[in-house]
Design a protein around this ligand. Structure first.
Ligand code: HEM
Length: 419
C-alpha cells in the first residue's frame, strides 16, 4: 500500500438492509458520523455497497468515466418505482439520446403551461370542495394527476382521476415497502403500463388524435439511435416517467403546507413577496425536507480516489438528503432559512434533492424545473389566493418512512378563495 492509499471504513455484519429500512433517511448519515468519513462501505441487499455523502463525492459519483447506471437499480425498485428499460438505466450515447427526448419537452412555453395548468386545477379543486377539512396531500395528488395527464396529452375521464392518482401514487408511496404494499405497487405499475402501451399503439395507428407537441405523441414517435421506434413497453415506461413523478410532487406540496404552518414568519414574507422570494422559499423546502434519499450507480472500472479503492461493479449510493443537510455546505442546516438561497452559488453538486450533475449528459432529474414551477405556483396559491386555518392534527413525520410524510398529511379547514 503506498502512503496515500487508505482502507475504506467498513461496517461489519452480514447485511444491513433491515437497518436501512429502520433508519431511513439517516442510514448513511449515521454511518458517516460513526466512521467520521464521507466514503464508507457496508452491505445492502446481499452485496457490498459504498456510500458517499458531500459535494466532492457527488462530483465523483456523477463522473460517467467512473460510474455506470446499467443494471444499477435493484430489481424491486425497477418493478415498482422505475419500470424496466427506461432512461435511468442507460449510459453514454444511448442515454444522451433518450434524455434529449425528455429535455426537449422542457421549453419555457411548456413550463409556463404547466404553471397555468397547476393554477387552473387548484382553482377547480377549491371551487368543487364541499368538505370542511381538506387533506392537502390527497388533493394535491388529484390536482397533479390532472395536470400530468393534460400536460402529456393522455386522454382521461373525470371519473377516472382518483384511480389514476391512486395507481401512480402506489408506484412511489409503496416502492420502498415490503410485503403486500410492495406487491400492490407492482400491480399498479403493471396496470398503468398496459393502459399506456395500448394508448401508444393507438397513437402509432392513428386511432386517436393527440397534439404533436404533447409527450404522448412525441414519445410514441421517438426513434432510437438506429432509427427505430421505442419498444411499446419502453415508451410506456418513459411516459410513466413523466406522469408518476409529477404526481409525486404532492409530497413536496405537503411539505410546502407544513412549512407554512411551522414557519409562519417566513411564510408571511411571501405576502406580496417577489418572484425571487417564492423561488428561494421553494428551494429551501426542497433542501430542508426529506424526499428522495439516495441515487444509485455501480463502479464502472477499478479506480482509486482520495486513496480509497473502488472495485468494478460495486453498488454505490450517493446520499442526497445527507448532502442537502451537510453542515460543511449549509450554515445551520437544521434551520429553515429561505434567504440562504440568495447567496447560493448554484453548484450542480451541493444542492441535490433531485440528483446532481448535468441534465443533458448526466442523470440529473429531467423534471427539476417542472417541480420548481409547480411548487412555486402552489406556494403562491396557498399564500396569496386562498385563506384557511390549520386544525389540531399530528403533523409529525417519521424519518424512517420513505417517502416521509406528515402523519395527518396536513389538513386545512374553512378553505376559501380570497376575493
Ligand atoms: C417530485 C419531485 C421529484 C424528485 C424528488 C425527483 C428526484 C429524482 C432523482 C433523485 C433522480 C435520479 C438522479 C440520479 O439518478 O442521479 C431523478 C431522475 C429522473 N427524474 Fe425526477 N424527481 C422529481 C420530479 C420529477 C418530475 C416532475 C419528472 C418529469 C416530469 C421527473 C423525471 C425524472 C427522470 C426522467 C429521471 C431520470 C433522469 C436520467 O436518468 O437521466 N422527475 N429524479
Amino acid at each position: 500500500m503506498s502512503e496515500h492509499e487508505q482502507n475504506m471504513p467498513k461496517e461489519g455484519g452480514v447485511d444491513h438492509t433491515l437497518d436501512l429500512l429502520n433508519e431511513g433517511y439517516y442510514f448513511i448519515l449515521n454511518r458517516k458520523n460513526k466512521f467520521d468519513s464521507r466514503v464508507l462501505e457496508t452491505r445492502l441487499l446481499g452485496e457490498k455497497a459504498i456510500c458517499l455523502v458531500g459535494k466532492q463525492e457527488a462530483e465523483l459519483f456523477y463522473n460517467e468515466d467512473y460510474f455506470t447506471r446499467v443494471e444499477a437499480a435493484p430489481n424491486r425498485v425497477k418493478k415498482t418505482l422505475l419500470g424496466e428499460g427506461g432512461v435511468q438505466g442507460l449510459d453514454g450515447e444511448e442515454h444522451r439520446h433518450r434524455k434529449a427526448m425528455f429535455m426537449n419537452l422542457m421549453t419555457k412555453d411548456s413550463l409556463d403551461e404547466i404553471s397555468r395548468l397547476t393554477r387552473e386545477e387548484w382553482d377547480h379543486a377549491i371551487e368543487a370542495n364541499t368538505q370542511e377539512e381538506l387533506n392537502v396531500y390527497d388533493e394535491a395528488k388529484r390536482v397533479l394527476t390532472r395536470v400530468a395527464l393534460r400536460w402529456t396529452g393522455v386522454p382521461f375521464k373525470d371519473e377516472d382521476v382518483d384511480q389514476w392518482a391512486s395507481e401512480l401514487g402506489d408506484m412511489f408511496e409503496k416502492a420502498s415497502k415490503v410485503g403486500p404494499k410492495h406487491w400492490k405497487s407492482r400491480r399498479s405499475r403493471s396496470k398503468v403500463e398496459d393502459w399506456i402501451e395500448d394508448l401508444i399503439k393507438d397513437v402509432r395507428d392513428d386511432a386517436i388524435q393527440v397534439e404533436q407537441s404533447r409527450a404522448l405523441y412525441v414519445f410514441s414517435n421517438h426513434r432510437d439511435l438506429e432509427g427505430k421506434f421505442l419498444d411499446k413497453h419502453v415508451a410506456a415506461v418513459e411516459i410513466i416517467n413523466l406522469l408518476r413523478p409529477i404526481v409525486a410532487i404532492a409530497v413536496f406540496i405537503d411539505f410546502v403546507a407544513l412549512s407554512i404552518q411551522q414557519f409562519p414568519e417566513e411564510a408571511k414574507k411571501l405576502k406580496a413577496g417577489s418572484a425571487e422570494d417564492l423561488q428561494n422559499y421553494t428551494q429551501e423546502v426542497r433542501r430542508y425536507f426529506p424526499f428522495f434519499p439516495a441515487a444509485i450507480a455501480r463502479v464502472k472500472k477499478n479506480f482509486t480516489w482520495q486513496g480509497y479503492d473502488f472495485k468494478e461493479n460495486t453498488l454505490t449510493l450517493l446520499d442526497l438528503y445527507g448532502t442537502n443537510q451537510d453542515p460543511d455546505l449549509w450554515h445551520f442546516p437544521d434551520n429553515f432559512t429561505p434567504k440562504r438561497f440568495k447567496e447560493w452559488q448554484g453548484s450542480p453538486f451541493d444542492f441535490i434533492p433531485q440528483g446532481g450533475g448535468e441534465f443533458d449528459i448526466g442523470h440529473r432529474c429531467a423534471g427539476e424545473w417542472i417541480t420548481i414551477e409547480i411548487m412555486k405556483e402552489t406556494l403562491d396559491y396557498f399564500i396569496n389566493q386562498i385563506s384557511y386555518k390549520f386544525p389540531q392534527q399530528d403533523l409529525s413525520y417519521s424519518m424512517n418512512d420513505i417517502p416521509a410524510l406528515p402523519k395527518s398529511r396536513v389538513k386545512i379547514k374553512h378553505v376559501e378563495k380570497i376575493k
